[in-house]
Design a protein around this ligand. Structure first.
Ligand code: NIG
Ligand code: FE
Length: 403
């Protein structure tokens, strides 16, 4: 049993509004093995915890481990060659249409070995845990053939078994129709072969579909989602990113756990998500890199929709794994308060992964996943952006990073 004292704590419970972070001054957290055993103010610490091993928090801010609930972690190559063009004004969709964009990453990913993809992703995860990230959702979607999609999901399985961050794998076979196949053939492959294979081998918890004019229609996504649900997968969706395609309404209708991007969500879409309890995931790095208008997170929060924030780390629309950077952008682009952003990367991100019972807040019985941020306040942390204010990352009760 170990405790950490001399800390200011933000518990980040699911209860209350998105801006209620449940602050506690001069707090103590006790953990036993991988689980939190006691949380409270120092003045109420039970006798039996007084003499156990103690870590001095040095008055820093103790928070639940950060959760990056949307990434495309494993991919081959980069796309810096397209960056200059995109900055000069060539639209993301135009580059995709001529075989660049996602297709060029598919080529590089198919050419990469499973070991290459594994070691590259391992390095990214090592940097993410230094930033305070403790759980990462990881999508396939750059293989787009049965073998290559399984290769990516096997990389995530190995990562989950061989390094400390919690990995939540998502099958995104429906990311783009690959060159050399018809839409019908490819959708059939996803539904008849890929999803059953993913389910049979328990290689993913979620199925995602990129619903967009340049990717999959709502009709196609309906068939894919139906099969995924039948096979026991939960649903996440990329929707309303580059235009409004009634994606939020579709996500609500099919009971998706989260709907992500949403820059072009409509008022009807907001109301539908409120009714279904689908979490909205803002990806401000992707908004910025694709020069889209920012998601109106205020409208969602004010309507009572939970909003999470993630990096969307991928080689095209969001080539950065820096979750604290995405958090600062959640304030400056999405107009969320620092407190709302804190919940967006802890308890709301846990909700976007269907995991509020085990992670996302500092509560008795939850996993001992936490970070220690060297800052006088939540506001100051997000306002004064630095390369890394994290001092300590603990996952499952084990120290996995120390500054
Ligand atoms: O989340 N929107 C679709 N997929 C990714 C981009 C993938 C890429 O550009 O390689 C996204 O933005
Ligand atoms: Fe994405």
């Amino acid at each position: 049993m170990i405790k950490i004292d001399n800390i200011n704590l933000a518990q980040c419970l699911d209860s209350g509004t998105q801006s209620e972070i449940h602050l506690m001054k001069d707090a103590v957290v006790v953990w036993d093995g991988n689980l939190i055993e006691w949380v409270g103010s120092k003045s109420e610490l039970p006798k039996k915890y007084k003499n156990i091993q103690t870590v001095d928090g040095q008055k820093a801010l103790l928070l639940p481990g950060l959760i990056d609930c949307h990434t495309h972690l494993a991919f081959g190559g980069w796309r810096s060659d397209e960056f200059g063009e995109r900055v000069a004004g060539v639209p993301y969709a135009e580059i995709t249409a001529r075989g660049g964009g996602i297709s060029s990453t598919v080529k590089a990913t198919r050419a990469a070995t499973e070991d290459d993809l594994y070691s590259r992703s391992y390095d990214f995860l090592e940097k993410m845990r230094a930033l305070g990230v403790t759980t990462v959702e990881c999508k396939s979607g750059y293989g787009l053939s049965l073998d290559d999609e399984m290769k990516l999901l096997r990389v995530y399985r190995r990562l989950g078994e061989s390094q400390p961050l919690r990995i939540v794998p998502t099958f995104l076979g429906a990311h783009l129709v690959p060159q050399g196949t018809t839409r019908e053939e490819y959708c059939k492959l996803v539904v008849d072969k890929m999803i059953p294979e993913v389910a049979k081998n328990a290689l993913a918890e979620f199925c995602d579909v990129f619903v967009d004019d340049h990717a999959f229609s709502v009709e196609e996504a309906t068939l894919i989602v139906a099969k995924a649900k039948e096979c026991g997968l939960q649903i996440k969706l990329h929707v309303d990113q580059l235009s409004n395609g009634k994606g939020a309404e579709f996500a609500a209708e099919c009971g998706a756990t989260s709907a992500d991007h949403l820059e072009y969500i409509s008022e009807d879409g907001i109301q539908a998500m409120k009714r279904s309890g689908t979490v909205a995931v803002s990806l401000p790095l992707a908004t910025l890199y694709t020069f889209q208008k920012p998601l109106d997170a205020r409208a969602l929060i004010d309507a009572g929709v939970d909003v999470a924030i993630a990096t969307d780390f991928n080689p095209g629309s969001a080539p950065s794994y820096h979750l604290p950077l995405a958090m600062m952008l959640g304030c400056t682009l999405n107009r969320m308060s620092p407190a709302e952003v804190l919940k967006a990367v802890t308890i709301k991100a846990a909700k976007a992964l269907g995991k509020i019972d085990t992670i996302g807040s500092i509560e008795v019985g939850k996993k001992a996943d936490f970070v220690l941020i060297d800052t006088p306040s939540i506001d100051h942390w997000m306002y004064h952006f630095t390369e890394n204010a994290n001092r300590l990352t603990v996952i499952n009760g084990n120290t996995v990073f120390k500054a």
